[in-house]
Every structure is written in C-alpha cells, then in structure tokens.
Design a protein around this ligand. Structure first.
Ligand SMILES: Nc1ncnc2c1ncn2[C@@H]1O[C@H](COP(=O)(O)OP(=O)(O)OP(=O)(O)O)[C@@H](O)[C@H]1O
Ligand SMILES: [Mg+2]
Length: 335
C-alpha cells in the first residue's frame, strides 16, 4: 500500500435529479489511487463509474443537475471545497480525463490540431508556434501516423481509434498527475484495444502519471492495473492489489464477476451468471446493496450497510460475511 495516496475519496455521494426521480448514482465509502499507480475501477453498466470520474473533475452531466457531497483529497486539497476557477486550472493541468465516447468528446467544429493546440496554449501560456510543435510531439507520443495530416482533420474524418489517440494526447498534453481513462477501449476493435492499453501503460511508465482506469471488463483491468476497485450499485465493495484480488476474491460480487470471465469458464460449458438483476439506483436496496443477489446474505445484510475492512495489507472488502477472520464463508447472522 502507498503511504500517502495521490487521490483519496471518502464518503462520496452523488445524486442526480432526473424526470424518473432522484438517482443515487454514487455512494462510495472509500477509494484511493497511489502516486504513479494504475488503479482499475470495474463494475457493471450503470454502477456509477463515470459519475465517480466526473465528480473528481468537478463535472456533472448538464442534463441531470445534481449534488456531490463527501471528500475528494488530491495532493493535499479537498477538491470538493475548491471554487470553479481553481477547478478549471486543476482540470487538464493536474487531472485529466479520456472520455467514454472518443468521437463525441471532441468538438466537431474544429480540427483536432486546433483542439489540441488550444489546450496547450491555454494552460501553458505559450505562443501558437510552440503549441503547434507540442501538438505534433504529442501525436508522435501517442503513435499517430502522419501527424501533420492528422492535425488538419476534423474528428469525423478520423477513425474511432485515431480519435481515441487524440483524446489521450489531449488528456496527457499537460503531463497531469492523474489520468482518468473512462472505458478507453470499449468502442474499439480488439486489436486496437490492445494497442491503446499498451500505449496507456507505456505512457504511464514514461511520464509517471497515475491512472484511474474505468472499465466494465475485469479482463482489461487484470492486464494493466496494479490495483483494482470493484464497484457495485454506487459503492466500492472490494479493492486491493490486482494479483491478490484476482487470486483470492472475497466479495461474493467479485467472485461472480470473475467466474463469468470467458477466460475462466470451463470450455464448452455456459459461463455462470450472477443471479438477479442490477438494482435501480433510484430505489437502491437497504443494507448491503448486493444482498438481494447474494448467496451468503443473512438478515443483517438487508439492514446494515457493511463498512470496508482491511483483510491483510493489500485487500479491503465491504461484506458482513468477510473480515479479518477471513477463511470462513458464513455471514455473522447475530446482528
Ligand atoms: N445524464 C444522466 N442523466 C440521468 N441519469 C444519469 C445520467 N448519467 C448517469 N446517470 C445515472 O447515474 C447512474 C450511474 O451512471 P454512470 O454513468 O456513472 O454509470 P457507469 O458505471 O459509468 O456505466 P457504464 O458502464 O454504462 O458507462 C446510473 O444509474 C445512470 O442511469
Ligand atoms: Mg460510464
């Protein structure tokens, strides 16, 4: 474990007002990312991964006004207590994000070169010639072929993989301390996916940037992350060193996710699915949000929210059935 984490999120609650009602999009007890490390944030669709990432940047969807409470400590400051001007400076320069949809995150009205140069000029306060050279350098860094040509094009004139590389170039242009990469490979085909993952890992090594890699795919996270946090219905239910969590998952949800990975399934047999469905975040279940789907659920689980507990130096789990006594698999039904 890292002594002083780069990012430490505590008791983060994000609620969004929608015409369907108030969505309890995130209710996260605790998540940390160490300096220079890659931490995966993994979970099924709608569990709050993107809203967690956007909250770190102080951005919420304009279509669903909301509230954010809790603490997001980053380099000694609580980001939730910073004003809009300071957050604008922090975005890009200290923390940046690769957005989930590479094409629509770029502005269709400007060439990608203009967009990249603008970020560089605005934050580094350099002239247009220096910004253009820096943009070309970034294109080479993310291995875009023929950067001169690419920078003259509009987003719709580039492939998804190229737009993704431009998104990475924009995100890394200012050498941030933390890069939030939201599903950076989901919309890409398999060979390009592998290239982009290698690229992020390589850049991280060279630039020392910490990465919060958001993905619904535990297989992707297993390939590149030092640590992993497993999210379910708005909260992190288990986190720890990737090797440790994959070798010995403790939360029944993590166990279900791992069992349903194609590479783990016995050949020819259907992969086991987690019974039940993902809960609505408008009316999340009381107590442990996973209890309606959990084979270990005891009466206590529907009443009392489990707090995260350390199980050894490299793993933490929020489950009444799991704890320092680890090894047993029966929940404490006494509560
Ligand atoms: N613009 C929005 N308007 C209304 N509700 C939203 C909006 N964006 C997200 N939500 C809701 O907030 C919750 C968390 O969504 P979020 O986008 O963070 O999930 P996610 O884990 O990133 O999912 P995915 O894997 O599909 O990207 C969901 O219940 C979702 O329906
Ligand atoms: Mg998302």
């Amino acid at each position: 474990m890292v002594s002083e984490p780069l990012l430490s999120i505590r008791n983060l609650r994000v609620q969004l007002s929608t015409d369907r009602g108030l969505v309890h999009a995130v209710d996260l007890s605790h998540l940390t990312v160490g300096r220079g490390e890659t931490c995966g944030l993994v979970g099924e669709t709608g569990c709050g991964k993107t809203m967690t990432g956007l909250s770190i940047l102080g951005l919420l969807p304009t279509s669903a006004p909301g509230t954010v409470e809790g603490e997001i400590w980053f380099r000694g400051r609580d980001l939730l207590k910073r004003g809009p001007a300071e957050m604008r400076r922090i975005r890009g320069r200290e923390i940046s994000m690769i957005f989930q949809d590479p094409v629509s995150s770029l502005n269709p009205a400007f060439t990608v070169g203009e967009q990249l140069a603008r970020v560089i000029r605005w934050h580094r306060r350099v002239g247009s010639r220096a910004a253009r050279q820096a943009a070309l350098d970034m294109c080479s860094l993310v291995r875009l072929p023929d950067p001169e040509q690419v920078l003259r094009r509009y987003p719709h004139q580039l492939s998804g993989g190229m737009c993704q590389r431009i998104g990475i170039a924009i995100a890394l242009a200012l050498r941030p301390h933390l890069l939030i990469a939201d599903e950076p490979t989901t919309s890409l085909d398999v060979t390009i996916q592998a290239q982009i993952l290698r690229l992020i890992a390589d850049l991280q090594d060279r630039l020392g940037t910490a990465v919060l890699l958001i993905s619904h795919d535990l297989g992707v996270v297993a390939q590149v992350c030092d640590r992993v946090a497993v999210m379910y219905a708005g909260d992190v239910v288990e986190q720890g060193a990737t090797a440790r969590v994959l070798a010995r998952p403790l939360h029944p949800y993590t166990q279900g996710l791992l069992a349903s990975l194609p590479s783990r399934g016995a050949s020819g047999r259907p992969l086991p699915a987690i019974p039940g469905t993902v809960p609505s975040l408008i009316h999340p279940p009381p107590g442990c949000r996973f209890h309606p789907r959990c084979s270990l659920a005891a009466p206590r689980c529907s009443r009392e929210r489990p707090r995260p507990r350390a199980v050894g130096p490299e793993q933490e789990v929020a489950c009444h059935a799991r704890g320092p006594h680890e090894g047993g698999d029966r929940p404490d039904a006494s509560g």
